[in-house]
Design a protein around this ligand. Sequence first.
Ligand SMILES: [Ca+2]
Length: 189
Amino acid sequence: MFTSFGRVSATRTSPTEQHAEIQPPAISGKQLVYVAPPLSITTIQIFDALHESSGDLLIDGGFEALADAWKVELGAEGGVFNSGNVWRGNYSGFLDGSLSEVRLAQNVAAPRTGMFYLTATCWADGSTAKLGVFVNGETVRELNISRRSGYEPYALSFPATEADNITVYFYSGQETASSFIDDVSLFYY
Ligand SMILES: [Ca+2]
Protein backbone atom coordinates (compact mmCIF):
# COMPACT_ATOMS: atom_id res chain seq x y z
CA MET A 1 0.00 0.00 0.00
CA PHE A 2 2.90 2.36 0.66
CA THR A 3 6.18 2.99 -1.08
CA SER A 4 8.12 4.41 1.85
CA PHE A 5 7.85 5.48 5.46
CA GLY A 6 9.54 7.94 7.75
CA ARG A 7 9.66 7.64 11.52
CA VAL A 8 7.37 5.23 13.36
CA SER A 9 6.39 5.61 17.01
CA ALA A 10 4.11 3.55 19.23
CA THR A 11 2.53 3.83 22.66
CA ARG A 12 0.46 1.23 24.53
CA THR A 13 -2.11 1.33 27.29
CA SER A 14 -2.88 -1.92 29.15
CA PRO A 15 -3.72 -2.99 32.73
CA THR A 16 -0.03 -2.43 33.58
CA GLU A 17 0.83 0.43 31.18
CA GLN A 18 -0.49 3.96 30.80
CA HIS A 19 0.30 5.31 27.35
CA ALA A 20 3.76 3.75 27.60
CA GLU A 21 6.33 4.23 24.86
CA ILE A 22 7.08 0.87 23.30
CA GLN A 23 9.40 -0.37 20.58
CA PRO A 24 7.62 0.51 17.32
CA PRO A 25 6.62 -2.47 15.21
CA ALA A 26 8.92 -3.22 12.30
CA ILE A 27 7.92 -2.50 8.74
CA SER A 28 9.25 -4.90 6.16
CA GLY A 29 8.25 -5.46 2.57
CA LYS A 30 5.96 -2.38 2.83
CA GLN A 31 3.90 -4.22 5.47
CA LEU A 32 3.45 -3.27 9.08
CA VAL A 33 2.89 -6.29 11.33
CA TYR A 34 1.92 -5.82 14.97
CA VAL A 35 0.19 -8.25 17.32
CA ALA A 36 -1.33 -6.46 20.32
CA PRO A 37 -1.33 -8.10 23.77
CA PRO A 38 -4.79 -8.89 25.20
CA LEU A 39 -6.61 -6.01 26.95
CA SER A 40 -4.32 -3.40 25.45
CA ILE A 41 -4.76 -0.37 23.24
CA THR A 42 -1.85 0.55 20.99
CA THR A 43 -1.36 3.80 19.14
CA ILE A 44 1.00 3.61 16.18
CA GLN A 45 2.04 6.78 14.39
CA ILE A 46 3.70 6.63 10.99
CA PHE A 47 5.23 9.82 9.67
CA ASP A 48 6.01 10.77 6.07
CA ALA A 49 4.30 7.77 4.51
CA LEU A 50 4.20 7.84 0.73
CA HIS A 51 1.14 6.15 -0.73
CA GLU A 52 1.92 3.67 -3.46
CA SER A 53 1.04 5.01 -6.91
CA SER A 54 1.69 3.51 -10.28
CA GLY A 55 3.01 6.63 -11.97
CA ASP A 56 1.68 7.27 -15.44
CA LEU A 57 0.98 4.02 -17.30
CA LEU A 58 0.72 5.74 -20.70
CA ILE A 59 3.54 6.47 -23.11
CA ASP A 60 3.74 10.11 -24.23
CA GLY A 61 0.54 11.31 -22.57
CA GLY A 62 1.58 14.87 -23.42
CA PHE A 63 2.17 14.05 -27.12
CA GLU A 64 5.55 15.78 -26.96
CA ALA A 65 7.52 12.70 -28.14
CA LEU A 66 5.25 12.08 -31.15
CA ALA A 67 5.29 8.45 -29.99
CA ASP A 68 3.83 5.74 -32.20
CA ALA A 69 2.19 4.26 -29.09
CA TRP A 70 -0.72 6.49 -30.14
CA LYS A 71 -2.66 4.84 -32.96
CA VAL A 72 -5.15 6.44 -35.34
CA GLU A 73 -8.14 4.19 -35.87
CA LEU A 74 -11.40 4.22 -37.86
CA GLY A 75 -10.72 7.12 -40.21
CA ALA A 76 -7.15 7.90 -41.13
CA GLU A 77 -7.63 11.53 -42.07
CA GLY A 78 -6.01 14.37 -40.24
CA GLY A 79 -2.91 14.66 -38.16
CA VAL A 80 -2.40 12.83 -34.89
CA PHE A 81 -0.04 15.39 -33.42
CA ASN A 82 -0.82 19.05 -33.62
CA SER A 83 1.38 22.03 -32.86
CA GLY A 84 -1.43 24.57 -32.65
CA ASN A 85 -3.92 24.95 -29.82
CA VAL A 86 -1.83 22.88 -27.39
CA TRP A 87 -2.65 22.77 -23.71
CA ARG A 88 0.95 22.35 -22.57
CA GLY A 89 4.27 21.93 -24.32
CA ASN A 90 4.62 22.05 -28.10
CA TYR A 91 2.16 19.37 -29.23
CA SER A 92 -1.28 17.99 -28.48
CA GLY A 93 -3.27 15.10 -29.85
CA PHE A 94 -5.58 16.13 -32.66
CA LEU A 95 -8.56 14.59 -34.45
CA ASP A 96 -9.91 15.93 -37.73
CA GLY A 97 -13.44 14.60 -37.95
CA SER A 98 -14.40 16.68 -40.98
CA LEU A 99 -14.02 13.74 -43.39
CA SER A 100 -14.82 10.70 -41.24
CA GLU A 101 -15.08 9.56 -37.66
CA VAL A 102 -11.65 9.01 -36.18
CA ARG A 103 -10.16 7.67 -32.96
CA LEU A 104 -6.81 8.14 -31.26
CA ALA A 105 -5.99 5.21 -28.97
CA GLN A 106 -3.28 3.65 -26.84
CA ASN A 107 -3.23 0.15 -25.35
CA VAL A 108 -1.87 -0.75 -21.92
CA ALA A 109 -1.84 -4.09 -20.12
CA ALA A 110 -3.30 -3.66 -16.63
CA PRO A 111 -0.38 -4.21 -14.22
CA ARG A 112 -2.70 -5.21 -11.36
CA THR A 113 -6.32 -5.72 -10.36
CA GLY A 114 -8.16 -2.68 -9.01
CA MET A 115 -9.44 0.78 -9.87
CA PHE A 116 -7.72 2.85 -12.54
CA TYR A 117 -7.98 6.57 -13.13
CA LEU A 118 -7.80 8.44 -16.43
CA THR A 119 -7.35 12.19 -16.62
CA ALA A 120 -7.00 14.44 -19.69
CA THR A 121 -7.57 17.96 -20.91
CA CYS A 122 -9.78 18.06 -24.00
CA TRP A 123 -11.30 20.56 -26.38
CA ALA A 124 -13.82 19.90 -29.15
CA ASP A 125 -15.49 22.38 -31.49
CA GLY A 126 -18.47 20.05 -31.97
CA SER A 127 -20.58 17.77 -29.83
CA THR A 128 -19.49 14.28 -30.94
CA ALA A 129 -16.08 13.96 -29.25
CA LYS A 130 -15.66 11.40 -26.47
CA LEU A 131 -12.97 10.34 -24.01
CA GLY A 132 -13.28 6.72 -23.00
CA VAL A 133 -11.83 3.38 -22.07
CA PHE A 134 -12.20 -0.12 -23.50
CA VAL A 135 -11.28 -3.07 -21.29
CA ASN A 136 -10.68 -6.14 -23.44
CA GLY A 137 -12.44 -4.36 -26.30
CA GLU A 138 -15.61 -3.48 -24.39
CA THR A 139 -16.51 0.11 -23.47
CA VAL A 140 -16.45 0.46 -19.68
CA ARG A 141 -16.51 4.26 -19.35
CA GLU A 142 -17.07 7.07 -21.84
CA LEU A 143 -17.39 10.82 -21.32
CA ASN A 144 -18.89 13.27 -23.80
CA ILE A 145 -16.59 16.20 -24.48
CA SER A 146 -18.65 19.37 -24.28
CA ARG A 147 -18.45 21.85 -27.13
CA ARG A 148 -16.19 24.58 -25.81
CA SER A 149 -13.87 27.30 -27.01
CA GLY A 150 -10.96 26.00 -24.93
CA TYR A 151 -9.53 23.08 -22.95
CA GLU A 152 -11.42 21.58 -20.01
CA PRO A 153 -10.24 18.88 -17.57
CA TYR A 154 -11.89 15.44 -17.67
CA ALA A 155 -11.47 12.44 -15.39
CA LEU A 156 -12.97 8.98 -15.12
CA SER A 157 -12.34 5.79 -13.16
CA PHE A 158 -12.94 2.14 -13.96
CA PRO A 159 -12.07 -1.31 -12.62
CA ALA A 160 -9.78 -3.72 -14.42
CA THR A 161 -8.20 -7.08 -13.70
CA GLU A 162 -4.47 -7.74 -13.93
CA ALA A 163 -3.40 -8.38 -17.55
CA ASP A 164 -6.63 -6.94 -18.98
CA ASN A 165 -6.09 -4.97 -22.19
CA ILE A 166 -6.92 -1.34 -21.37
CA THR A 167 -7.45 0.93 -24.37
CA VAL A 168 -7.56 4.66 -23.69
CA TYR A 169 -9.29 6.46 -26.54
CA PHE A 170 -10.27 9.90 -27.78
CA TYR A 171 -12.98 9.76 -30.41
CA SER A 172 -14.53 12.22 -32.83
CA GLY A 173 -17.64 11.70 -34.91
CA GLN A 174 -17.81 13.19 -38.37
CA GLU A 175 -19.75 16.26 -37.28
CA THR A 176 -16.88 17.59 -35.17
CA ALA A 177 -14.15 19.15 -37.28
CA SER A 178 -11.45 19.63 -34.66
CA SER A 179 -10.85 17.91 -31.32
CA PHE A 180 -7.75 18.35 -29.18
CA ILE A 181 -6.40 16.34 -26.26
CA ASP A 182 -3.34 16.84 -24.07
CA ASP A 183 -1.81 15.73 -20.75
CA VAL A 184 -3.43 12.30 -20.73
CA SER A 185 -2.59 10.18 -17.66
CA LEU A 186 -3.61 6.68 -16.62
CA PHE A 187 -2.68 5.55 -13.14
CA TYR A 188 -3.72 3.74 -9.98
CA TYR A 189 -3.16 4.41 -6.30
CA1 LIG B 1 1.48 18.55 -24.89
